[in-house]
Design a protein. Structure first.
Lengths: 573, 564
């Protein structure tokens, strides 16, 4: 509960005016809501008087109705706006936090899970509750208080009669809603069991059909679907009960009123007008009952969602590990570097690498040999767990963050391109000289594709725009890296989708336009490997061979084998 | 075909007619009881209170309570009954859908990712159930209530009728306005939220790389911009029901005051009783909820219609690969299983197989090797009739596979996939459900296991070797004459490899085997080996013959170190 309150305050504290407005409007609207039936008694009393008397009361009633209409419009409008505001604040808060987290966090968490939390949990799951849910319950409380006060004012004995069923109703409501919450969980579980089975079946449809498993799988499905069906019927039983409670609960109060109130009217202790007012007041209590029930049932849901958000907020932001210096030159140097995975497994062991300014190093190795980890290490996305890693002669911790990051640019294996205009995807909001931008386009060989795109650089790309080919995506990723004018360029198998001619043209342009840029490249392209100043052969996270192509190919060893395989593949393809 | 998609669901309710009828009748009784309560109040005012009859008042109150009791019980029982009817109908529909999907051909499954099929089976049937619960079930009851009020007023105090029901056109206009004005905002909110999901997915995934470009602040700013857009759309969309709801409320209040004014005059003139006036106002309140429900019900109807169309679309699509009209019995493999001049393409103009001839003689073992994309897995698909050849034919002892019953064919040919795929359920479920045959298959691969053991999460509670052996056992349940082995793409540890290899050797004996392999070591002992390249047979022979030829196979063998 403290968690709910903490988040509530956090998300509300910047809107004191809305807060005050909603509180005041709730009070006003509750009073006017009660005033409407209150006026009935005067109306009824004037029924046997000349019409002018009745008209005056009618005027008051219209005023109360219009007043309440206005107040309630503003009240509900404010609540709606705040629902949306809370969603906005919660989502932004969690998202901002995520941007600060270490890359290891993103390896541990599935993207889908994070998106669900940001979208759902920081969305509808909490926003309605933290504003509308809370303030509707508040308003309901006010209505109950003001209606009961009005009734007490009229006749306290009759009020006791009428109000007697209310606590029972509220208690029943709360019990039912809690039970409902538990039953919902059972339904949720049965649904995930079914989804699980559906996914495995459709993904393994070949096996199902080849091994004649269809009947057993269908039987299993029927079983699970029956569990879901029964769980939902169970929920329906309770839910329909709850509907009845709020739909008909007030009628119990009405019976009390008929019995006790009718007698009072006959005795003459209550007027007929007051009796009708009582009836109207009882009716105003219908919706508050429902709002209390909703509050109780949603509070659990909101708590679960907030827990899931808090879990993300509890992920520590890595402490500031930057300094103020800048790299001396475009060199990279790793000495005895080891990298371990979060679970302790060794990914890189004893890595020595010296990249001099303007040099090119190629890294080759089998799948799983640690190439991508090595690139992530050089790019600063993984931290060495032993040894020293120097960028331009300094450890990263002594360098200014922006300068250090600008100095090294990684082109990853799988470029994730935000769906926006091509220009924005390349620039990512960085301000660069037009000349640098043009050069990035030319060197990455992206310039040649622009005329074919509907709006050139302004073409929207990605999921909601033009779909780029694999080769185009890779060239965009290269341009994106070059736009920052890096001293060191890291290409992690980033040219696989380019044809040989385009790739050759890229290297040629890079050498001509940016000869001072040092590069480390992981590749399966023979020409690229052969032209590298140095080649490192990785096996099981260790450098097992190093040297130039001519030396390595002449020596018995893993390089010969890997090179041979790449060559054979190239021939078969 | 021209029938409304929702009407096609009616057969789903067959067998539940009685429940359906009694549920609807129950709702009718409940509506009548609801209608009667304001009337009872009116009677209490006009008769009992007016006459000072305390005993009469008590009787009336007790009548009210019993009526309420009947109404509550009936409403609850009939709604639950109808929910059971709906749940059963949807359960049957789900099973029907699932059975249809499981039997559908591979081409269909390749076109429909499993996520979209899950939405069909779960999401669309849910939309239909909601339609039933919120529309089919509520609308008649609401309608009965509405016309019942009309009738009651017309019967007891017709003079009040025009003024009480005069508000209905106002409600309808407001409703029309709400749908007209509100709809674009709802659409916009939905569209913006879709943008948000896409943004979140892309940027969360790209976060580490964005960090290397020092783009955190920019990413946050972009998120803020989209978030603000979502805020705006969301706030505007949420405000729509607010004005609608409040305006309906105001109309209701206005109608009450009008009823009071007009009715008050009538009461003083003695044309209408006070009780009738109170009843008229009570009916104005009752009218409110069904009308508020209406807009929700309409959108439910639209969603359900779309869902019904999609479900019907799936049920109507027939697999192109199906049993022949008059299946020929399995001839028994005594000569050979053959691919005869088989051509195949997924997309016209880009052939995968270019008229190849392969023969798998009875009792022999054959290996198929080749680079990725050479056509190996297509051959496998053709053997099981997951696909039919574009030209040429696949035959067993001269009988075209297309003339055999599918089930028979797939019982006679077993598939061993080394990429383990287990299904949620027990070991027995994964072995086809027949205890005796399952036991026999297990013992044949040398695995002892409790048949009723539950497999957690794809068999996570089994060792790698056990899982693999279980898939072997599954292939042996029907004691197939032909075994097709699809080699695993991922490597396994040497220990498991040895266990698996021993079991494999055992299950191959006495059967015609076809091994689709990536590693040549797997096929070196085969009686013949086909080397495929670009959808054609490049070489064929035994391991030694192929090595001696010094062609593609020999080159591959050298690379993989299996020359000796």
């Amino acid at each position: 509960m403290r968690l709910v309150f903490r988040w509530w305050w956090l998300l509300w504290k910047d809107s004191p005016i809305f807060l005050a407005q909603i509180v005041l409007l709730s009070v006003g609207s509750a009073v006017l809501l009660t005033a409407f039936p209150w006026l009935w008694q005067y109306a009824i009393e004037r029924l046997d008087q000349p019409p002018e008397a009745l008209r005056e009361v009618a005027g008051w009633m219209v005023a109360a109705a219009v007043g309440q209409w206005l107040l309630y419009m503003v009240l509900q409008g404010s609540r709606s706006v705040m629902n949306a505001t809370i969603q906005w604040r919660a989502r932004q808060r969690v998202f901002d936090h995520l941007t600060e987290l270490d890359p290891s966090f993103f390896r541990r968490w599935r993207t889908g899970d994070l998106v669900t939390r940001l979208y759902d949990d920081a969305g509808d799951k909490i926003s309605w509750f933290l504003c509308s849910g809370v303030f509707r319950a508040f308003e309901a409380l006010l209505i109950v208080v003001s209606s009961l006060s009005a009734m007490l004012w009229l006749d306290w004995r009759l009020t006791l009669w009428v109000a007697a069923p209310l606590p029972v109703l509220i208690a029943l409501q709360a019990v039912a809603q809690t039970e409902l919450g538990r039953r919902y969980l059972a339904v949720q579980r049965s649904i995930s069991a079914i989804n699980d089975q559906l996914a495995t079946t459709f993904e393994g449809i070949r096996v199902v059909q080849a091994t004649g498993l269809a009947p057993t799988v269908a039987e299993g499905f029927a079983e699970r679907a029956a569990v879901q069906r029964d769980a939902e019927v169970h929920v329906a039983r309770i839910q329909q009960g709850v509907f009845l409670l709020y739909g008909f609960g007030w009628q119990l109060a009405m019976v009390s009123l008929l019995l006790a109130g009718g007698e009072a009217v006959i005795e003459g202790s209550v007027t007929l007008g007051q009796f009708v007012t009582f009836e109207g007041l009882v009716m105003t209590l219908v919706w508050p009952m429902f709002d209390f029930g909703m509050f109780v049932s949603k509070v659990m849901q909101a708590r679960v969602a907030l827990d899931r958000l808090q879990e993300l907020m509890d992920e520590p932001v890595p402490e500031d590990r930057w300094g103020t210096g800048s790299p001396d030159d475009a060199s990279l140097s790793a000495r005895g570097v080891a990298v371990r995975a979060e679970d302790g497994a060794t990914l890189i062991e004893d890595l020595d690498l010296e990249l001099a300014p303007g040099e090119r190093i190629a890294i080759v190795g089998e799948v799983g040999s640690g190439k991508s980890t090595a690139m992530a290490l050089l790019a600063g996305m993984r931290q060495p767990t032993a040894g020293s890693l120097l960028l331009g002669g300094h450890p990263r911790s002594q360098l200014d963050r922006a300068t250090a990051r600008r100095a090294v640019a990684l082109v990853p294996q799988d470029p994730v391109l935000p769906s926006t205009s091509l220009r924005e995807t390349i620039l990512l909001g960085r301000e660069v000289d037009e000349a640098v931008f043009e050069r990035a386009l030319t060197v990455s060989r992206l310039a040649q594709d622009l005329p074919a795109l509907p709006q050139g650089l302004e073409t929207r790309v990605g999921e909601r725009g033009v779909t780029l080919s694999g080769g185009q995506q890779q060239r965009v990723a290269i341009a994106r890296a070059l736009v920052g004018d890096p001293a060191i360029l890291l290409l992690d198998d980033a040219t696989a989708a380019l044809d040989a001619d385009t790739e050759a043209a890229f290297w040629e342009a890079l050498d001509r336009s940016l000869p001072h840029v040092s590069t480390v490249v992981v590749t399966h392209r023979l020409a690229t490997i052969e032209q590298a100043d140095r080649i490192l052969v990785l096996e099981g996270g260790r450098v097992v061979q190093r040297g130039r192509h001519a030396e390595l190919i002449a020596a018995e060893g893993p390089y010969q084998r890997i090179y041979g395989r790449i060559e054979a593949k190239a021939r078969l393809a | 075909m021209s029938r409304h998609p929702l009407l096609r669901l009616f057969p789903q309710f067959r067998g539940s007619e009685l429940r359906l009828a009694w549920g609807m009748a129950g709702l009718g009784v409940a509506s009548a009881a609801t209608l009667a309560s304001p009337w009872l109040v009116a009677q209490a005012i006009d008769v009992d209170i007016a006459n000072g009859d305390v005993a009469g008042l008590t009787r009336r109150a007790l009548l009210y309570v019993s009526l309420l009791g009947v109404s509550l019980t009936m409403t609850w029982a009939s709604r639950v009954t109808l929910e059971v009817v709906a749940q059963r109908a949807m359960y049957d529909l789900k099973r029907q859908l699932f059975a249809h999907l499981v039997g559908h051909d591979l081409a269909f499954h390749d076109d429909h990712p499993s996520g979209s099929l899950i939405t069909r089976v779960q999401g669309d049937t849910e939309a239909l159930r909601v339609l039933f619960a919120e529309v089919v079930l509520m609308v008649p009851a609401d309608g009965l209530l509405f016309f019942g009020m009309f009738g009651m007023l017309a019967w007891t105090s017709p003079a009040l009728l025009p003024i009480v029901f005069g508000v209905v056109p106002v409600y309808l206009v407001l409703f029309w306005l709400f749908r007209k004005i509100g709809a674009p905002y709802f659409l916009k909110a939905r569209a913006v939220k879709a943008t948000l999901t896409a943004f979140l997915a892309e940027h969360v995934r790209a976060m580490p790389i964005l960090q290397t470009f020092d783009r955190e602040q920019w990413t946050r700013d972009r998120a803020a911009a989209i978030n603000e857009e979502v805020f705006r759309a969301e706030a505007l969309a949420q405000v729509q029901p607010v004005w609608y709801f409040n305006s309906v409320m105001l109309a209701q209040r206005g109608a009450m005051v009008a009823t009071l004014l007009v009715g008050g005059a009538l009461v003083s003139a003695g044309e209408v009783t006070l009780g009738a006036l109170v009843m008229g106002i009570g009916y104005l309140r009752l009218m409110f909820q069904p009308l508020m429900r209406l807009s929700h019900q309409l959108s439910t109807l639209e969603r359900a219609r779309a869902a019904a169309l999609r479900v019907a679309g799936i049920l109507d699509s027939q697999p192109t690969i199906a049993d022949p009209v008059e299946p020929v019995p399995w001839p028994g493999l005594t000569a050979a299983l053959r691919l005869e001049e088989v051509g195949f393409s997924y997309v016209e103009g880009t052939p995968i197989l270019r008229g190849i001839d392969l023969a798998f003689p009875a009792g022999t073992s054959t290996g198929i090797v080749g680079a990725t994309g050479a056509g190996k897995s297509t051959v496998l698909n053709l053997l099981f009739r997951f696909r039919d050849p574009t030209s040429g034919r696949v035959s067993v002892d001269g009988v075209d596979l297309r003339d055999l019953a599918l089930g028979e064919l797939r019982r006679r040919i077993g598939l061993v996939q080394q990429d383990v795929h287990l299904f949620p359920g027990t070991v027995l479920d994964n072995l086809g459900g027949d205890r005796e045959r399952a036991e026999r298959a297990l013992s044949r691969v040398g695995l002892s296991m409790d048949l009723d053991q539950d497999l957690l999460d794809g068999g996570a509670n089994l060792s790698r070797g056990e899982r693999q052996l279980l898939t072997f056992a599954r292939a042996l349940v029907d004691d197939p004459e032909v075994l097709v082995l699809d080699e695993a793409t991922s490597a396994i540890d040497p220990e498991t490899e040895r266990t698996v290899q021993a079991a494999l050797d055992r299950l191959k004996t006495g059967r015609t085997t076809i091994t689709v392999a990536h590693r040549l070591a797997t096929v070196r002992d085969c009686d013949q080996i086909y080397v495929l390249a670009h959808g054609e047979v490049q070489e064929v022979g035994t391991h030694d013959e192929l090595l001696a030829r010094g062609g593609l196979y020999a080159a591959l063998a050298q690379l993989q170190g299996v020359a000796a």
